[in-house]
Design a protein around this ligand. Structure first.
Ligand code: SF4
Ligand SMILES: [Zn+2]
Length: 229
């Protein structure tokens, strides 16, 4: 694949935000995947979805290509200089406000949590989804915070340069339930079939201390992974 797609539909309210949509990473609202963007471009070549040539690889593991960086600069009107498609820790993709989920670093756990838009409960970060949404949105790059479409979670490229899905230490139960078959398949792919049961959720864990105890008790792999930063 030498082309990703842009989506600038949300610039009406987040003027410096662009979604870069790859075959492995759909738009953060969940409504536009790579094929949708390709179809939209063929119907309306001057519309919000345009092909972006990847250009030369800079660091494909982190998800840097010259063409994407150039596009990110111009599409964000200079607000973003570089974008790493597959990292949350280094130059993560920006967000408008329509993300289906927020992924956020929990430094104490060497992992990340994933909070669903449908989840109104308190998270181990000491914030609810709506408070976090203010940090994740607005077209700003915030290392450690990322708005995503929920189907990006099951891609092999999900934060792959930071260690991938095994970094997930906490996840809203709404996500676990609505994607249970897909998540089971991810756990098998990651070589840890019981992985989903090792991930805490709001039904049992609402603070960092509870989360650390849960992770120890369930032998979560993030505890023995390389430091995430
Ligand atoms: S959130 Fe959805 S509609 Fe908005 S720019 Fe991204 S893909 Fe396009
Ligand atoms: Zn949006």
């Amino acid at each position: 694949m030498d082309e990703f797609y842009s989506c600038t539909l949300c610039q009406s309210f987040a003027p410096n935000h662009v979604c870069i949509v790859s075959p492995e990473r759909l738009g953060l609202c969940g409504a536009y995947n790579w094929l949708d963007c390709k179809a939209s471009f063929s119907i309306n070549p001057t519309g919000p979805n345009r092909p972006i040539k990847l250009g030369a690889p800079i660091d494909p593991a982190k998800g840097y290509w010259t063409g994407l960086n150039e596009y990110a600069k111009s599409g964000s009107h200079g607000a973003v200089q570089d974008v790493a498609m597959y990292s949350i820790m280094e130059n993560p993709m920006t967000a408008c406000g329509c993300f289906e989920s927020i992924v956020m670093l929990i430094p104490e756990t060497n992992g990340v949590m994933v909070v669903s838009r449908e989840d109104t409960s308190m998270t181990p970060a000491g914030m609810t989804f709506s408070t976090m949404a203010g940090m994740a949105g607005g077209g700003l790059q915030t290392p450690g915070v990322m708005g995503v479409g929920k189907f990006y979670l099951i891609s092999p490229k999900f934060i792959s340069s930071d260690g991938g899905f095994k970094r997930v230490v906490w996840m809203s139960s709404a996500l676990k339930e609505s994607m249970s078959d897909e998540l089971k398949a991810v756990a098998i792919r990651e070589g840890d079939p019981d992985l989903i049961d090792k991930i805490a959720d709001e039904r049992s864990v609402t603070t960092v201390d509870q989360l650390l105890a849960w992770l120890e008790e369930h032998n979560h792999p993030a505890l023995v992974m390389d430091p995430i930063f």
